[in-house]
Write a protein that binds this ligand. Structure first.
Ligand code: BGC
Length: 755
């Protein structure tokens, strides 16, 4: 549909029709306008499979079977954008089959605390990893004519009081940590829709937050789709339209339509705002309808196989003492844990998928080895009998495999975790089995970090299998036997203990308010700055082979913000088996006007290498990779100076480094004003030159200085006007006049470089 046709259509719509289109007709579809031949579109949860309601008229009903892929927490550990694109295509194919126009996902809120109940649905503690993974998924889905809805925009990092809590977050942290991932997806993937979060940010509900929905999303990032509310996030429909929220969900909601009509009639709402919202909605509705849906069928077996392959790329091998893994195939096995037979493979809440089929590790293992199996635990209460059974079979087997899942009652949408521990029964079981069998492997199913201090030293190997989707069991077996060499790396730090986590003192807040007091120091950015040890660092994961990094070269050692740096290195697989390595490029700003983390992830690549093979990898860095968000300028700033490029196999295992120098940074206007201090004037390279002659005369006048310290340092925090006032009129003009003249001189210099 051309822009002209859309404009014509809008001019034929009544006020009532336009207002009605801005709210859903049912929980899962938009309004139809038969008179004009306008058909509805259907939206459906997501994100790691389709929860397409069989009855789109009601909110909570049985959904159609669909493939349950690994959750986002797992997906980020693959660090594989091509894989996410492929999964996106498969999700789109299922959407086509189930007549879904827009998939409600992916979710990419930052894992501020491992306690967030919905962390399993989110990618990472790092905005670049989260943003890149989400962008790849969005592009994959949308490549087939199905839309996405990136969510929850923004600063929705906990479930506690998620509908009402006010997140208090400073401007720099907002941009660098909580918005950056969304910015990456919007710029790279242009998602058809964005879903606003329930909570408020700095006193304004996201649904009515013009700063987020219009000033940043549209004006700064160039967003072209429409914004929909999370289900029930709108408080004031007219205010939300004015802020830039086009579709309220769920519907129907006749009183909302009426409120919009009355607001237009009374003049409170400019009809042009409504028209613009309708235009944005229609563009996406027609784009969705350009791809016919509902005639295809789901490739159940093909997608199940894909889900297994994806899961095998996400699994992280956390520990493998004495190379106990991979198994040779000759061992007898004691398989323990309910999860071996009935896997915990997804989380609870709106993302819960009615899987097409679910594999069991136990069934696969029985085809590979002589297996004894007991459930061993009930997850909630210490059970000595069950533990004794587990110990008995563990004693007889060559290897004990313990399947340990965090109970769904602990980790879900709707509420947060209260701690990082497994249940006491699970811990007791692990310790007892490890004591009985010196070759014990723990396989974990969980959506976010857990505290392992009590038992990790007792076991030989730990496999983090996340919530790996319906085919995850097969992937675990692939890793156990080395059919797939593990290549997953953590997308989140596993801390030693809850009290070490950066948000610990401010999570989940009090009195309906949560203060993001740790600022930009989230995840590895914090642990490194605080010098705190962790259990497993961000980016960590073992392999059955070893990789060597060599020969780092950078396209230029001096560069400007206009250049793109190309960072190339050679990587070799030294071991006897093929494998994949995730090469991570971090940037360290050696000195800056604002405090910066010791390193930040800026680029990464996953590379496959046959045994003995060497490949060259090139990663690119542009201005953004060297920038921080400076609230003083309300923009991203790349400050000239020295940077270090750090190439690592994890955030703490840095293999290669090289210094580079940014010679020319972001051009910036002066921010010196009439109240600026002497220090401000002197730190500014242009202003310092402008003020220099005056200072020479002042400190010349003060030759008989009796302060005992350097006068400029002593006075640096005084507004220049105050300092001039101390000269007792010796300077002729008033201090205000002198500063005004200096400012005029300064502003005649158009742009400048920051210090
Ligand atoms: C969730 C969203 C979901 C929506 C529709 C909300 O409660 O926060 O993620 O898409 O419900 O089910």
């Amino acid at each position: 549909m051309t822009d002209k046709k859309i404009t014509d259509l809008i001019s034929n719509m009544t006020l009532q029709e336009k207002a009605a289109l801005c709210t859903g007709a049912t929980p899962w579809r938009t309004v139809a306008i038969e008179r004009l031949g306008l058909k509805p579109i259907i939206v459906s949860d997501g994100p790691h499979g389709l929860r397409r309601s069989q009855d789109i008229e009601s909110l909570i009903t049985e959904s159609f079977p669909a493939t349950c892929f690994p959750v986002a927490a797992a997906l980020s550990a693959s660090w594989d954008t091509d894989l996410l694109y492929e999964m996106g295509q498969a999700l789109a194919e299922e959407s086509l089959a189930l007549a879904v126009d827009i998939l409600l996902g992916p979710g990419l809120n930052i894992k501020r605390s491992p306690l967030c109940g919905r962390n399993f649905e989110y990618f990472s503690e790092d905005p670049v990893l989260a943003g890149e993974m989400a962008a790849a998924l969005v592009k994959g889905v949308q490549s087939k004519g199905v839309g996405t809805s990136i969510k929850h925009f923004a600063v929705n990092n906990q479930e506690t009081r998620r509908f009402t809590v006010d997140a208090i977050v400073d401007e720099r942290t907002l941009h660098e940590i909580y918005l950056r991932g969304f910015e990456i997806v919007v710029r790279k993937g242009q998602p058809w829709t964005v879903m606003c979060a329930y909570n408020s940010v700095n006193g304004h509900f996201c649904a009515e937050n013009k700063y987020l929905l219009t000033d940043i999303l549209r004006d700064q990032w160039g967003y072209e789709g429409f914004v929909m509310s999370d289900w029930g996030a709108v408080h004031d429909r007219v205010a939300s339209l004015q802020a830039g929220l086009e579709l309220e969900m769920p519907g129907p909601s006749p009183h909302r339509t009426q409120a919009v009509i009355e607001a237009v009639e009374s003049g409170e709402l400019d009809e042009a705002v409504l028209n613009q919202a309708v235009e944005r909605l229609l563009k996406i509705i027609f784009r969705a309808q350009a791809t016919p849906k509902g005639h295809q069928s789901i490739d159940i077996e093909g997608h199940h196989a894909l889900a297994r392959r994806i899961a095998s790329e996400c699994i992280v091998l956390l520990k493998n003492d004495q190379h106990i893994l991979p198994l040779t195939g000759n061992e007898t096995l004691a398989v323990i844990g309910e999860g071996a037979a009935n896997p915990v493979y997804q989380g609870g809440g709106s993302s819960h998928i009615h899987a097409t089929k679910v594999d069991s590790a136990l069934e696969f293992l029985k085809t590979r080895a002589e297996v004894q199996y007991v459930v061993g635990d009930s997850s909630t209460a210490v059970n000595p009998v069950a533990t004794a059974e587990a110990v008995a079979i563990a004693k007889e087997a060559d290897v004990a495999l313990l399947f340990i899942a965090l109970p769904a009652s602990i980790e879900s949408e709707g509420y947060d975790r209260t701690g990082l521990d497994l249940t006491p029964q699970q811990i007791a079981l692990i310790k007892a089995v490890a004591h009985a069998n010196p070759r014990t492997v723990v396989i974990l199913n969980n959506g976010s970090a857990i505290d392992m201090r009590e038992w990790i030293d007792d076991v030989d190997a730990v496999i983090e299998a996340w919530l790996p989707g319906q085919a995850g069991a097969g992937a675990v077996v692939d890793i156990l036997y080395g059919d797939v060499n593990p290549s997953g790396k953590l997308g989140e730090t596993f801390p030693l203990r809850l009290s070490d986590t950066p948000a610990y003192l401010n999570f989940p807040g009090e009195n309906n308010q949560v203060r993001y007091g740790e600022g930009i120091f989230v995840g590895y950015r914090a642990y490194e700055a605080l010098g705190r040890d962790v259990l497993f660092p961000f980016g960590f994961g073992l392999s059955y082979t070893q990789f060597e990094y060599n020969n780092l070269r950078v396209s230029a050692s001096n560069f400007t913000v206009k250049d793109t740096l190309e960072v190339t290195l050679d990587i070799t697989n030294l071991g006897p088996v093929a494998g994949k390595e995730v090469v991570q490029l971090y940037v360290r700003d050696c000195q800056a006007r604002l405090r910066r983390p010791a390193k930040e992830l800026k680029a990464f690549a996953k590379v496959h290498l046959a045994s003995g093979e060497t490949k060259s990898i090139t990663l690119k860095l542009d201005e953004q990779a060297f920038s921080y968000y400076d609230p003083a300028y309300s923009r991203w700033v790349a400050e000239p100076g020295e940077f270090e490029l750090l190439i690592g196999s994890s955030s703490t295992d840095i293999r290669l480094t090289q210094g580079v120098r940014l010679t020319q940074g972001t051009p910036l206007p002066s921010i010196i004003h009439s109240e600026s201090t002497l220090g401000d004037w002197m730190e500014d390279p242009v202003a310092s030159k402008v003020v220099q002659p005056l200072l020479a005369s002042i400190f010349g006048l003060n030759e008989g200085n009796t302060l005992g310290v350097d006068a400029t340092t002593f006075f640096k925090d005084l507004p220049l006007t105050v300092l001039l006032g101390f000269q007792g009129g010796q300077l002729g003009a008033s201090p205000q006049q002198i500063v005004a003249d200096l400012l005029k001189k300064l502003h005649s210099v158009e742009t400048r470089q920051p210090a």
